[in-house]
Design a protein around this ligand. Sequence first.
Ligand SMILES: Nc1nc(=O)c2c([nH]1)NC[C@@H]1CN(c3ccc(C(=O)N[C@@H](CCC(=O)O)C(=O)O)cc3)C=[N+]21
Ligand SMILES: [Mg+2]
Length: 299
Amino acid sequence: MSAEAERIDGKAFAEGLRDRVAEAAAAFTARAGRQPGLAVVLVGEDPASQVYVRNKGRQTVACGMASFEHRLPADAAEADLLALVETLNGDPAVDGILVQLPLPPQMDEAKVIAAINPDKDVDGFHVVNVGRLATGLPGFVPCTPLGCVMLLRDRLGSLSGLDAVVIGRSNIVGKPMAQLLLAESCTVTVAHSRTRDLPEVVRRADIVVAAVGRPEMVKGDWLKPGATVIDVGINRVPAAEAGKTRLVGDVDYASAAAVAGAITPVPGGVGPMTIAVLLRNTIVAAHRNEGLDFDESTL
Ligand SMILES: Nc1nc(=O)c2c([nH]1)NC[C@@H]1CN(c3ccc(C(=O)N[C@@H](CCC(=O)O)C(=O)O)cc3)C=[N+]21
Ligand SMILES: [Mg+2]
């Protein structure tokens, strides 16, 4: 019998990162004569999205940065959103632009992301930043995967030579996650819904990143003993009490924690890191936009 896995406290790590961001924001403000600025655009009234946007705005201000929130109605035209993005692209007080996804069906997400100035694309979703990541050029890296790598490096130190399995191939998490792990010199496997014998593939991994959006799919008996497990899933499922919901990841925490060496919980794992890295990316954007040198490795 091995001991219960270490719980990787993403919430605490995110608080530390936000403290470093706040210090960097104060130093930037002193040098540039203005605060770093983040604009968040929300289209429609999805309750979960509203909560995230409110949290982003609150944490942006708490770090000493300017927060610009823009809301458009759910039935807004795509042209209205594109015009707003154009205004933000040209606004010198705005260093980072985040358009909250998903967008309503009348809007083409790819077209909207393509309209964002890549040097303000703090989500790292623009094809220019996707290409920069793939070729090893400096750019913006998507917040969730970068947060996952920060937690992995904190726990494991060098990731060089480790076997990593990423479950999920989305543009937002799975693909950039694979690129980042490759840049850390992991041997990377990307598994997905068509993968044959997923448990057998996962059993090889020193690092498992679950980003499939299926509640509690990854089970403890899929894991190599001692593996490090990063759970990106945020799934709302019915709770025992009627009418209530609870949040679970893509990993069955109880069975996984009995086998893994370390594991992120949901909530309190990757989620808080996503927002902290967004603020980090905004600080980086602000320095680049002002042409000020800045050592990102201090964050
Ligand atoms: N352009 C864009 N960029 C995004 O980064 C983006 C997006 N659109 N659309 C929605 C998703 C989702 N997302 C989360 C952020 C924080 C938590 C988070 O803080 N979660 C808490 C729990 C929150 C709760 O209780 O609901 C936790 O895991 O501990 C979760 C999810 C960013 N997203
Ligand atoms: Mg898939």
